[in-house]
Design a protein around this ligand. Structure first.
Ligand code: M7G
Length: 302
């Protein structure tokens, strides 16, 4: 039987801080639950303000003046992130956490990579194959075993063109400013953009059209307020698309140049050059803890 979140948290024994990001207001802690590694990921929500009934006194408590000068006042305070009955933060737990999870979330140096098609064939493709299996079990749970189905925004079951659109685990499902959906395709033959060619253009265009139509029909957001993109390198090698409110800037590396590629750009590139993602060098950054960085040949050829 699955254990409850409360039970897992009450058994969590602190080991060390993996990452404490002042800009993203996130804290990642490594600990033990029943002698197994566990990761707790804390994120402060950004201000959730209902314009109609907002009272500044509802969120600011214990205010103390630091100083003032002319029209300027600065102070410290205890600030609640949200109005009553709305979450002020988000807690994710990974349990049991593998070495790969710990490495992913740990503070680490990053390196800029220029991946040639040869490097892809020699190092990256075999690496991707080795990363399938258990690591994307959660994807197969969603696609084929009904997991999270109660939250699905849409499920097109066609084995070739179908997909699931669902709330990403990064989203609290409340705050529209941080709307974050994940579109996971049913087909299992695309691991990353390196597998895409011009034969996929209509598939991708159809996905884009449906993602926009469904998202905008379900949530109060317009097509030109969405950032729709893929990652290279992604963490999980089963083709999926990120659908995020443009207002959501607090995503650090997730939307940075060198990681995020707009779905529209992918489609345009494939229209220009059918084998675009097979023939060109791809530039991106990865952390030192990334599995590819541990491959000596890959590092040396970079
Ligand atoms: P990615 O580009 O492979 O890696 O995206 P990233 O996590 O470094 O961005 C995978 C996306 O799937 C991310 O946005 C994750 O937050 C999301 N995700 C990961 N898992 C394990 C789950 C899950 O179990 N459920 C849901 N709904 N989303 C997940």
């Amino acid at each position: 039987m699955e254990r409850s979140l409360e039970e897992l948290l009450s058994n969590f024994q602190f080991q060390k801080v993996l990452k404490n990001d002042p800009k993203e207001k996130t804290l990642v802690i490594l600990g033990l639950i029943d002698d197994n590694d566990a990761i707790v990921f804390l994120e402060k929500s950004h201000f959730n303000v209902d314009q109609g009934s907002f009272k500044v006194g509802d969120i600011i408590k214990e205010i103390r003046l630091i100083n003032n000068n002319d029209v300027y006042f600065w102070s410290s305070a205890l600030i609640k992130h949200s109005l009553p009955d709305t979450p002020s933060g988000k807690v994710n737990i990974i349990y049991p956490a593998t070495e790969a999870h710990i490495k992913k979330y740990e503070e680490q140096r990053v390196h800029y990579i220029t991946e040639t098609p040869e490097m892809y064939a020699t190092y990256v493709k075999p690496y991707i194959e080795s990363m399938k299996g258990d690591r994307i079990k959660w994807v197969y749970n969603i696609l084929f075993h009904g997991k999270e189905s109660e939250t699905f925004v849409y499920h097109d079951k066609d084995p070739d063109s179908g997909f699931v659109l669902l709330p990403d685990m990064k989203w609290d499902k409340v705050n529209m400013d941080s709307l974050y959906l994940c579109c996971i395709v049913n087909r299992c033959d695309i691991s990353s953009i390196r597998d895409l060619n011009s034969s996929h253009i209509s598939f991708l265009e159809n996905l884009k059209r449906k993602i926009i139509a469904i998202t905008c029909a379900t949530y109060p957001i317009k097509p030109d307020e969405l950032r729709i993109f893929v990652h290279y390198q992604p963490s999980y090698y089963h083709f999926h698309i990120h659908v995020v409110n443009l207002m959501h800037q607090g995503l650090g590396n997730g939307i940075a140049a060198g990681r995020a590629i707009l779905l529209d750009d992918v489609i345009e590139n494939l229209k220009l050059v059918p084998e675009y993602y097979q023939v060109r060098n791809l530039n991106y950054f990865i952390g030192e803890n990334h599995g590819l960085w541990s491959i000596e040949g890959f590092r040396e050829e970079n």
